[in-house]
Ligand binder design. Sequence first.
Ligand code: HPA
Length: 237
Amino acid sequence: MIPTPHIEAKSKEEIAKTVLMPGDPLRAKFIADTFLEDVVQFNGVRNVLGYTGTYKGRKISVMASGMGMPSIGIYSYELYKFYEVENIIRIGSCGGYTKDVNLYDVILAKDVWSESSFAKVQGGYTKDVIEGTKELNEKLAKYAEELGIPMHVERIHSSDVFYRENFDEYKEIYEKHGCVAVEMEAFALFHNAKVLGKNAACLLTVSDNLATHEATTSEERQNAFTNMMKIALEMAE
Ligand code: HPA
């Protein structure tokens, strides 16, 4: 089934085995423009931009996921299942749940807790924690160390809701489940990888902190996120 309903690449060769997935299409473009050579755009459907190029001579793709589990659920499924992608590394932003994670810190999601019904509805998975792929996490930890970029390796929270009426709920999620930060996609990505026998990892940069009420501007985020991108780009093969 190529092209798929949401990706217009005409053959699986147009997409590398490893795909980096920021949420924002313009961040995908930024990565392609800034870091990749011999870039070819393979997707523009719904402006969910996707590019393949080389990093230090090694092939890699970058494509946006959009926001939220339904969106990353669609794109990651089509990439894994129909384009035979093996590794997807989400590179996104997150909100810190504790003072222990500062603005701009990089977090590698060891595993993810969620109250979302995504995994249950998609494939009957009823637990609320899913792990990232160990081999990918080990590689990412090694690259971070080689690059001298400090990285937390922790449990995160994937939420379906950005604006909660009960703002303080994050405290309970931190205390009960040990999630140090919140984003909105990793649980669906890790689940799809699991059911399809593929690999997934999630690198995050702290863009705001619910405990300290600190936040970054969109301009600051663009620059600070390059640390996380450089770690992930080393996955190029
Ligand atoms: N909530 C959910 N997702 C996020 C946040 C947040 O506060 N910050 C960055 N991504």
